[in-house]
Design a binder for this molecule. Structure first.
Ligand code: ADP
Length: 269
């Protein structure tokens, strides 16, 4: 009989002449350690928020003074930029910790794929204005998918934001991002809608493309830091998509651009 409160992983192997052997591995300890780590990260990031808000607040007040020397203004500007960066990092860590623990359950509902695409593009319009980027909607499927609307909008926003940030064409100019979706049926999980976010920027070298979905992985550390990223966006995106039963990947050609694709289970039709 199984021990109550224990978590087991089962692996089964077939035996010659029929039958099979099932082995139970006790992973209670691993689960406990992982949970403790997640809780720790969540607590630390949560605790860092208040002091960071305070730092940013005071710096902003000082920056409002007109009598500042140019040097003081420059130093305060640097403090402000770094406090903002730390704030973003703690927010992303918090989201990551929440999402990885089963506390934050996703709530999939039936929603139209084209509505998700249009809402995500609409939500990006502020950023588009600032950076003079062009975000277009390509062909979109009007099929229904099962998805947690907020989480998927976050995924799409992350991908579009990356397209804007890293999608400036070689030799300069405006970033162009095209968001599309289409029905597919041959995925391992059955019917799905495939979403794609395409840019025409610098591209991602093949040695990096398999790793960009890892936490904190960034191709060009200095440049990515400049752009204000944390290296967690794609890790969060992968977690959300896979939790909803989809898959996420990227294709790219150097100096031609990148396409990020993900699927979500399609319902009806
Ligand atoms: P970040 O916060 O650094 O943007 P992400 O997890 O969103 O973190 O992305 C990880 C890394 O993948 C980025 O630092 C960048 O090097 C690379 N990357 C992501 N999207 C693109 C893109 N559209 N074009 C080129 N490189 C990209």
């Amino acid at each position: 009989s199984l021990l109550p409160g224990k978590i087991f992983e089962v692996s089964a192997s077939p035996m010659p002449g029929g039958g099979a052997v099932a082995v139970l591995h006790d992973i209670t300890r691993i689960e406990q350690v992982e949970r403790a780590q997640r809780d720790f990260v969540a607590n630390v990031s949560h605790e860092l928020r208040t002091p960071l808000t305070s730092i940013s607040g005071y710096v902003e007040t000082l920056l409002d003074h007109e009598t500042l020397s140019p040097q003081a203004r420059e130093f305060l500007g640097t403090i402000h930029k770094n406090a903002t960066r730390m704030g973003r990092l703690t927010e992303d860590l918090l989201v990551m910790a929440r999402i990885e623990s089963s506390e934050q359950e996703l709530h999939p509902v039936r929603v139209r794929a084209d509505v998700l695409v249009r809402d995500a593009v609409k939500a990006m319009s502020g950023l588009v204005h600032d950076s003079l980027a062009l975000v277009e909607i390509g062909d979109v499927s009007d099929s229904d998918v099962m998805a947690d609307t907020d989480a998927v909008l976050q995924v799409l926003s992350n991908l579009i934001e990356n397209g804007i940030k890293y999608g400036r064409p070689h030799g300069g100019g405006q970033s162009r991002v095209v968001v599309s979706s289409c029905d597919v049926s041959e995925t391992p999980g059955g019917a799905a809608v495939e979403f794609s976010v395409r840019d025409f920027g610098q591209g991602i070298a093949s040695e990096h493309i398999g790793r960009i979905f890892e936490r904190f992985y960034r191709v060009d550390k200095a440049r990515s830091r400049e752009s204000g990223g944390t290296g967690l966006g794609l890790a969060i995106a992968r977690h959300v998509v896979e939790s909803l039963g989809g898959r996420i990947w990227a294709k790219s050609e150097m100096n031609q651009g990148s396409t990020f694709l993900f699927t979500l289970p399609r319902v009806g039709k």
